[in-house]
Design a protein around this ligand. Structure first.
Ligand SMILES: NC(=O)c1ccc[n+]([C@@H]2O[C@H](COP(=O)([O-])OP(=O)(O)OC[C@H]3O[C@@H](n4cnc5c(N)ncnc54)[C@H](O)[C@@H]3O)[C@@H](O)[C@H]2O)c1
Length: 333
């Protein structure tokens, strides 16, 4: 039986506690939040579970095996470090840390102590992403040209980070998981309008072999859009996460070029074939992910969304911030 302590019971924390409690082989032995209002919400939702105001108390308990850190990003490093120093495995929210240096330090500490870190990149466990990965593995799309994602809605404005650090970790972790190539350089532009943090931003990532990715994140959009296009040589894919029935559509559309001469003379033929919507498994991604974390601890295996995957995303976020400050200058990774 793996005993968990959870720190942070704001917006996302309740989902972690609920899912951990639903897993076999896993027990929540304490939940901590520094806010009195959050603590009374824990007490009414989970009577009987010990509630703590100070994370140090929970992290120091000898009967806790793992700590879930579900607090704002600027607190992740200190809380995760203290958990690792106390010999606990760590499940930490995205983005992993505020800086590359912090992420590297935590990875080293976990290695020294033979403890696991898992970064909550929830989307990697959704039916849609698992299906897309399978299609890419089977080379259904062929050589990839681009990845283009739009993640926009009205709010929720964060007071401690900009829209890139809030929303783009989803897209960057998905890209890293699916494309299996590392970006070589990043350029980002954006603008702050209301609270000093950028509320709209456009990130471009350049990959080897002419592959390019673009991510549009925005807290000031009148409508919610969650659409990603992946363009391949053989097929093109549209993932609309807001479509309940047909989240994925594969289009047999593209451009056929018979020869190099054809390119110069624009003698290309446009292919417009069938479209199909593959079945996407309906699963609660967070439950799968937490179950996988428990398995990784029990079997002593490294999770694919461990500290190194989290670090890769933080490195891209740092590069995007540097580029943003220079109005889009290219930053090499
Ligand atoms: N994986 C996802 O899809 C997903 C979705 C939403 C949020 N998140 C991530 O979850 C994290 C939390 O986001 P949120 O929206 O729940 O934030 P939130 O502000 O709603 O909640 C954070 C809670 O942590 C508590 N807290 C902060 N510092 C603390 C400390 N040192 N000790 C004890 N309690 C402390 C606060 O009182 C608050 O109740 C962020 O990193 C965010 O990026 C991930």
């Amino acid at each position: 039986m793996l005993r968990f302590g959870v720190i942070g019971y704001g917006y996302w924390g309740p989902n972690i506690v609920r899912n951990l409690r639903s897993l076999e082989g896993c027990q929540v032995v304490g939940v901590c939040d520094q806010s009195p209002a959050a603590r009374s919400r824990i007490e009414s939702a989970h009577p009987g579970i010990p509630v703590y105001a100070d994370a140090k108390e929970l992290v120091g308990l000898p009967d806790v095996d793992a700590i879930a850190v579900i607090t704002p990003v600027w607190t992740h490093y200190e809380l995760a470090k203290s958990a690792l120093q106390n010999g606990k495995h760590v499940f930490v929210e995205k983005p992993f840390t505020s800086t590359v240096a912090q992420a590297e330090e935590l990875i080293n500490l976990a290695e020294q102590k033979n403890l696991k870190i898992m970064v909550d990149h929830t989307f990697l466990f959704t039916g849609a992403i698992r299906k897309i990965r399978k299609l890419l593995n089977e080379d259904v799309l062929g050589n990839l040209y681009y990845y283009d994602s739009t993640r926009v809605n009205l709010g929720l404005f964060q007071h401690d980070c900009n829209v890139i650090w809030d929303l783009a970790p989803h897209d960057l972790s998905i890209m890293n998981h699916l494309l299996r190539k590392d970006a070589e350089a990043i350029s980002a532009t954006g603008q702050a309008h209301l609270n000093g943090h950028e509320d709209i931003a456009f990130i471009t990532a350049y990959f080897p072999d002419s592959m390019i990715a673009h991510v549009n994140v925005n807290w000031l959009s009148p409508v919610k859009v969650r659409t990603t296009l992946i363009g391949g040589e053989k097929k093109m894919l549209v993932w609309n996460d807001l479509d309940a029935d047909e989240k994925l559509k594969i289009y047999d559309k593209g451009v056929d070029v018979k020869s190099q001469e054809g390119v110069y003379n624009l003698l290309v033929s446009y292919r417009s074939g069938d479209m199909w919507a593959p079945k996407v498994e309906q699963v609660e991604a967070l439950k799968l992910e937490l179950n996988y974390f428990v398995e990784c601890i029990q079997k002593d295996t490294q999770p694919f969304n461990g500290g190194c995957a989290g670090l890769k995303v933080v490195r891209m976020l740092e590069a995007a911030s540097e580029s943003l400050a220079k109005r889009g200058a290219l930053v090499y990774l």
